[in-house]
Design a binder for this molecule. Structure first.
Ligand code: SAH
Length: 526
């Protein structure tokens, strides 16, 4: 048996297993069509361990976050004067960076070798005698078909498909695009054709394709702002003009485009076209952000909270050193669990130190964080409020018991007071600090200023308070802007600030918050 084989007997034949000390290497990497999740696993691996990323306009900028912080990031999609960097210059840059001995990811929208000039870059690398790899990506045509409800080669009406550049002027005498030949292809997909749509459609009709052939233009495929214009070959150019079609868009011509109305699942998701602001700390935001995005929302992160270590560990350390003397350890957030376990480890202790101590957790997420840390909570109240947690402990008779609350510096004193009133000896220590960032990210500020935010989600009272302090009292009162609160306490804080929540999650979980928002939207736009 291979002792080092990954669990489950899987064989990884990706280049990432084994030694990775490359001496200069270029990776032409397909970023996919836009949605972050449509990057390949291989692509993610290379990105996460490169020294330099040279990227284009069409690659999703969020993917850059997958690269190491210290990696050099070079934008060749736009220069200060808004002109793209000439291809020869990109080739030279690529060669130069690889020669420095770096792993250079050349991140390109879609697939690097489909209308991506990847061939020219490979040639430059090859001629310079440099090593290169190519990681394919999902090209725009495939993505647009999938997300706009078009099966490009549905065998009932198509047995061939062509990817064609629309960048060329079809009127020029020696067009490289053979429209006569294209007229005989069942499905034709044009890239870069927005500016020349008239001429493209006309040329296809002149070449013999029926003007009644279904045709669609899919703009910003896979992104929350995706939209599809459905027409026929004869009417598409006019429709596109009327509806202000803008790049990036692909045009799909063929009988297969008939289904684009019925099968367009993406633009019909309950949160399609909705811009949602997530105000949690960046680290915590992902589950909420991902859940909302799954329902079609454009999610903008606007962290209003930063998690920091406490000013001093004196009280925490003293409590941890005599943890065996406590009857209960109470944790009220995943951050608290993580901070507590990190400190435990820093003091060279592990779960065994908690052997005789009972653990109470507030909320499923906190309980899950404990389980991930190898600890099973003894008590998790069904209602996720501190008050319910207090009652759950009082039920167990806490008289004379020692209870350690390991929480944030801004946790309200109610729980400690409640337990003390029940006769417990309570020690309330801050294992982490919650601070307010200096400002909201530019994307959030811009969306708020433009009045294009449809929802703001709040997952705690401090997100409400900090958001109002950062964005101003008026930010929540923009007409058409709806407010979602995770529970009654957060809702009360909102009301105290004069903001009426549109929905309040019940139970008070992230999942229920997502459901509340989608249900409200489905109710409004059935
Ligand atoms: N290498 C890329 C194509 C680059 S050419 C790929 O494989 O997809 C740029 C053209 O790609 C755009 O003009 C547009 O036609 C198409 N395109 C790229 N991303 C797109 C998207 N998200 N939606 C629709 N078309 C897109």
């Amino acid at each position: 048996m291979d002792f080092f084989a990954p669990a489950g007997g899987k064989h990884y034949n990706t280049p990432m297993t084994g030694a990775t000390n490359f001496e200069g290497l270029a990776v032409l990497l397909g970023a996919g069509p836009g949605a972050e999740g449509l990057l390949t696993r291989e692509g993610e691996t290379w990105l996460s361990r490169c020294d330099c990323v040279i990227y284009d306009r069409l690659a999703n900028p969020a993917l850059l976050d997958l690269a190491p912080e210290q990696a050099e990031k070079i934008d060749v999609g736009k220069s200060p004067d808004h002109h793209t960097v000439p291809q020869e210059q990109i080739n030279r840059l690529l060669v130069e960076k690889v020669r420095e001995g770096k792993i250079v990811v050349r991140l390109k929208g879609g697939d690097p070798l489909i209308f991506g000039r990847g061939g020219e870059e490979i040639e430059a690398l090859h001629e310079a005698g440099l090593e290169f790899r190519v990681v394919p990506g999902i090209t725009a045509a495939i993505a647009a078909g999938a997300y706009a409800g078009v099966s490009l080669t549905d065998r009932r009406c198509a047995s061939s498909v062509a990817f064609v550049t629309g960048h060329e002027d079809p009127d020029k005498t020696e067009s490289a695009v053979n429209y006569e030949a294209l007229a005989g292809v069942d499905t034709v997909v044009f890239y870069m054709g927005v500016g020349r749509l008239d001429a493209i459609c006309r040329s296809l009709i002149l070449a013999g394709k029926s003007p009644d052939t279904p045709a669609v233009a899919v703009q910003s495929a896979t992104l929350p702002r995706q939209r599809t214009i459905r027409a026929t070959l004869g009417t598409l150019a006019e429709q596109a003009r009327e509806q202000s079609l803008a790049p990036p868009a692909v045009v799909i011509v063929g009988q297969v485009a008939r289904t684009a109305e019925q099968w367009n699942w993406f633009e019909r998701l309950p949160l399609a076209g909705q811009c949602v602001l997530v105000t949690r700390s960046r680290k915590q935001a992902s589950r909420l952000a991902r859940g909302l995005a799954l329902h079609g929302a454009e999610v903008i992160e606007a962290p209003t909270i930063e998690i920091q270590p406490p000013e001093t560990y004196t009280a925490v350390d003293a409590a941890i050193r005599e943890i065996a003397q406590f009857d209960w350890l109470v944790l009220t957030s995943p951050n608290g669990v993580e901070a507590f376990l990190t400190r435990l480890a820093a003091l060279k202790l592990d779960a065994r130190a908690l052997a005789g101590v009972q653990i109470a957790a507030l909320g499923d997420a906190t309980a899950d964080a404990l389980r991930r840390g190898g600890l099973l909570p003894d008590r998790v109240p069904e209602t996720f409020t501190t008050e319910a947690l207090g009652w759950a402990l009082l039920e167990r008779d806490v008289k004379g018991k020692r209870i350690l609350l390991a929480r944030s510096d801004i946790a309200p004193p109610d729980l400690a007071q409640m337990l003390a009133a029940g006769g417990a000896h309570v020690e309330d220590v801050s294992v982490y600090r919650t601070t307010r960032p200096a400002s909201l990210p530019a994307a959030a500020r811009e969306a708020l200023q433009a009045g294009r935010v449809d929802w703001i989600t709040f997952t705690s009272s401090s997100t409400v308070e900090n958001f109002l302090a950062l964005a101003g009292e008026q930010a929540c009162r923009h007409p058409g802007c709806k407010i979602a609160a995770i529970g009654p306490v957060t809702a009360r804080t909102l009301r105290q600030a004069g903001v009426e929540p549109t929905v309040v999650a019940d139970p008070h979980t992230i999942e229920a918050l997502i459901t509340a928002v989608t249900t409200e939207e489905s109710r409004e736009n059935p």
